[in-house]
Ligand binder design. Structure first.
Ligand SMILES: [Mn+2]
Length: 467
């Protein structure tokens, strides 16, 4: 009896701790997430919008909620779903009923805590087993009701929507791997179960919102930019011949972890010598040598926002003449790109600006035909620099995913867009691979370089390595 009573007290205390944590987070963000839900409901003529959160994962990595679900809820409780009813403007959160054992082991959720829906910004919080009743009540009165669900693949912290299906396509080269993804399973199941409902894809409307960052997101990105930049600086400072790539990675990770990052936004690329020419080298196992370059591609995942920074430096602290030549060219290209960014600018404007800017400078282009860029084309053709071969458009969007959702469209850049520009040149014959990458935020009249705290001028890097 006493034992049972003690267990009850324990359970009660655990539930209290869990509810305090959840409440604090939601109180901070409630208005933000409510605004996002209203914005989505304003975009579509729907009888209902349905989004699923992630079920509890059994992997060894910390739980990170589905990006789209988190974007509209801020809720990290596993197994949740969200219903939006645009006609009434209502938001309903659905959650699993947890067993006492689950609560004891992993903590509670809002439903089992009997949380006040209004305090969390929802109209109701109900068991997820009610989902089908909501579907039938809101979409079952007539044939052809519009129910918006996510039909495109989900993106994850280190992979965009298209990349997720690319991984899937590659994995199913063996037909023994061809189980459908969870998202596709849900889509198929809904269509099978409700043949009279018109299921439409909500993802383009989500992407239109996610691509323009809110003020709250910009603040997180600025913080992540500062912290990730400090991580890269720490990596530069521990570098010397003989150090292992994983030790350099650890220096960067130590900084971001101690500032509250969930982890890296993607497996860090810490490449020395010949490894600098493998664009996504992830092993971090080689011992560095005198004369090597070190290329790092690194960013933290912080409050559901990512960062993407690349820097390249000489392991011994001094650029060789060849390293210096290629680095200087890439740096001038990258800086010119950033100078050209402002609202309304299109890809062709950036290329034209870079040509104009570099036309006034002198570069030694000998030997550059032996390099390749991200486009897998040479940077020099017939003795002439080919800027469009070196930079691939504006680069990729950065946000909740490091290859974030969104499109540039015909209007070019818009305030609130965030992307990474990452020109690189690689020569596998000599082991000289160089990439310089910053994440930038488009402002009203230009851009803000979120990762600017990491030095990229040759003098600055050599100076930092002296200390
Ligand atoms: Mn990148």
């Amino acid at each position: 009896m006493n034992n049972n009573f003690a267990r009850l007290i324990c359970l009660f205390v655990l539930i209290c701790i869990a509810s305090v944590t959840v409440c604090q987070r939601a109180e901070i963000n409630k208005e933000e997430f409510m605004k996002r839900r209203q914005a989505l409901m304003g975009k579509v003529d729907a009888d209902m919008i349905l989004l699923f959160g992630k079920p509890k994962s059994e992997t060894g990595t910390p739980f990170r909620q589905d990006n789209d679900f988190y974007y509209f809820t801020g809720i990290e409780d596993a197994g949740s779903a969200l219903i939006l009813l645009p006609a009434s403007g209502q938001s309903i959160l659905l959650q699993p009923v947890l067993s006492p054992r689950e609560i004891y082991f992993s903590g509670s959720n809002l439903l089992c805590n009997n949380s006040d829906p209004a305090e969390m910004g929802f109209d109701d919080i109900v068991p997820v087993s009610d989902l089908d009743e909501y579907i039938v009540r809101n979409c079952g009165r007539k044939s052809g009701s519009d129910l918006f669900i996510r039909i495109m693949p989900p993106d994850v912290v280190n992979g965009g929507r298209m990349e997720m299906d690319l991984h899937y396509a590659r994995s199913t080269r063996s037909h023994y791997n061809d189980q459908v993804t969870l998202n596709t399973y849900r889509v198929n199941k809904l269509k099978h179960r409700y043949p009279y409902i018109n299921f439409r894809d909500i993802s383009p409307y989500i992407d239109e919102l996610r691509v323009i960052k809110t003020e709250w997101e910009k603040d997180i990105l600025r913080k992540n930019g500062r912290v990730s930049a400090e991580g890269v600086k720490a990596a530069i400072m521990v570098t010397e011949p003989g150090v292992y790539e994983y030790q350099i990675e650890a220096a960067a990770m130590n900084v971001v972890s101690s500032h509250g990052a969930l982890g890296p936004a993607y497996p860090p690329i810490v490449a020395s010598g010949p490894n600098t020419c493998t664009l996504h080298y992830e092993k971090s196992s080689r011992q560095t040598e005198d004369g090597d370059l070190l290329l790092i591609d690194f960013g933290a995942c912080m409050d559901y926002m990512t960062m993407d920074i690349s820097r390249t430096w000489p392991v011994n602290g001094r650029f060789s003449p060849e390293q210096r030549k290629v680095y200087t060219l890439l740096l001038e290209i990258q800086k010119a790109c950033i100078e050209s960014y402002k609202p309304g600018v299109k890809e062709e404007d950036v290329i034209a600006y870079v040509y104009k800017k570099l036309g006034t400078m002198k570069f030694d282009l000998t030997g550059l035909e032996n390099y390749i860029s991200h486009s897998m084309k040479p940077p020099v053709e017939n003795g002439k620099l080919k800027i469009e071969n070196i930079i691939s458009g504006f680069g990729h969007f950065v946000g909740m995913a490091v290859h974030d959702v969104g499109e540039y469209g015909d209007e070019g850049l818009k305030p609130g867009m965030v992307f990474a520009i990452e020109p690189g040149l690689y020569n596998p014959d000599t082991g000289i691979g160089i990439r310089i990458e910053d994440t930038v935020l488009i402002t009203e009249d230009g851009c803000e370089v979120l990762s600017e705290a990491v030095p990229k001028e040759i003098d600055e890097i050599e100076e930092l390595m002296k200390n």
